[in-house]
Design a protein around this ligand. Structure first.
Ligand SMILES: *[C@@H]1O[C@H](CO)[C@@H](O)[C@H](O)[C@H]1NC(C)=O
Length: 263
């Protein structure tokens, strides 16, 4: 059976904004691990050179990825539902920032041109990119976040005290001229030998938290086609990937990591 087609088409004039820039949104249906089907929102802003996607995980968490190509920043945000009967917050927001690499996701100009022939088609990733484990050892002060990426304020607004990144990414952004006063190195868990949050302990005590999320389907690469009418291969579609992330980070209080070890 052939996979459902996602095409790259010329941008329609109706989608062109005043500056001639395209902002586009596409909704696709994707198969989640465990078999359920979810609707995923894909967004592109080719003027701002950014793309985004949003998807609800099987456990109810709302996960989004924002890729700011101009500033080389990738934002993964999770809104995790709390269990109110256990005295937890309605939801908890987490924001993880890492350096964006060009091969992470398709460029904004290609994302803006994505169209689908059959909106009811349920999509499954063609390629599994596996699990990436990330140790987040830097806290980000959101009040100066605009210096890093203009998207931070809106995307991470609800995560004010839970915006994390890594020393190696900070080093890269500093080389790009980003002011580093918004970054604060966190003590590493080996230095402090802090317990994992899943273990029994004082609700108000600091611990090492783990959070895992999965992007079940996203357009990760461009596909090229050959035609007798054209001298060179041309972009004609996308290749889709699936990828999981496992984040480790320090929380000042165990109650900020209510899902324990693995959600
Ligand atoms: C974040 O930065 C603002 C403005 O520079 C400062 O007033 C505030 O104390 C900082 N917050 C933390 C938690 O360091």
């Amino acid at each position: 059976m052939r996979p459902p087609v996602l095409l790259l088409l010329p941008v329609l004039p109706a989608l062109l904004g005043a500056a001639g820039a395209a902002r586009a949104e596409l909704r696709v249906r994707v198969r989640l691990p465990g078999g359920r089907v979810a609707e995923e929102r894909l967004q592109a802003d080719s003027a701002g050179d950014s793309v985004g996607l949003e998807l609800r995980e099987p456990d109810g968490a709302l996960v989004s990825l924002t890729a700011d190509f101009r500033k080389h920043v990738k934002i993964l945000r999770a809104l995790v539902l709390g269990e109110q009967e256990k005295g937890q917050r309605h939801f908890q927001a987490l924001c993880f920032l890492t350096r964006l690499r060009d091969q992470d996701i398709i460029p904004s100009e290609a994302m803006a041109k994505l169209r689908q022939k059959n909106p009811r088609a349920v999509r499954q990733a063609e390629e599994a990119r596996g699990l990436e484990r990330l140790h987040m050892d830097v806290a980000v002060n959101l009040s100066q976040g605009a210096l890093l990426s203009p998207h931070l304020h809106t995307v991470c607004a609800e995560a004010t005290d839970a915006v994390y990144t890594r020393q190696e990414d900070v080093r890269f952004w500093r080389e790009q001229g980003v002011d580093s006063s918004m970054f604060k190195a966190l003590p590493t868990d080996t230095e402090q030998a802090l317990p994992r949050c899943g273990q029994a302990g004082d609700r108000g005590a600091p611990c090492v938290c783990h959070y895992g999320l999965r992007l079940a389907w996203y357009p990760c690469m461009l596909k090229y086609c050959h035609s007798r009418d054209r001298p060179a291969p041309y972009k004609c579609g996308i290749r889709s990937c699936q990828k999981s992330y496992g984040f480790t980070f320090l929380v000042p209080q165990r109650q900020l990591c209510p899902w324990g070890e693995d959600p």
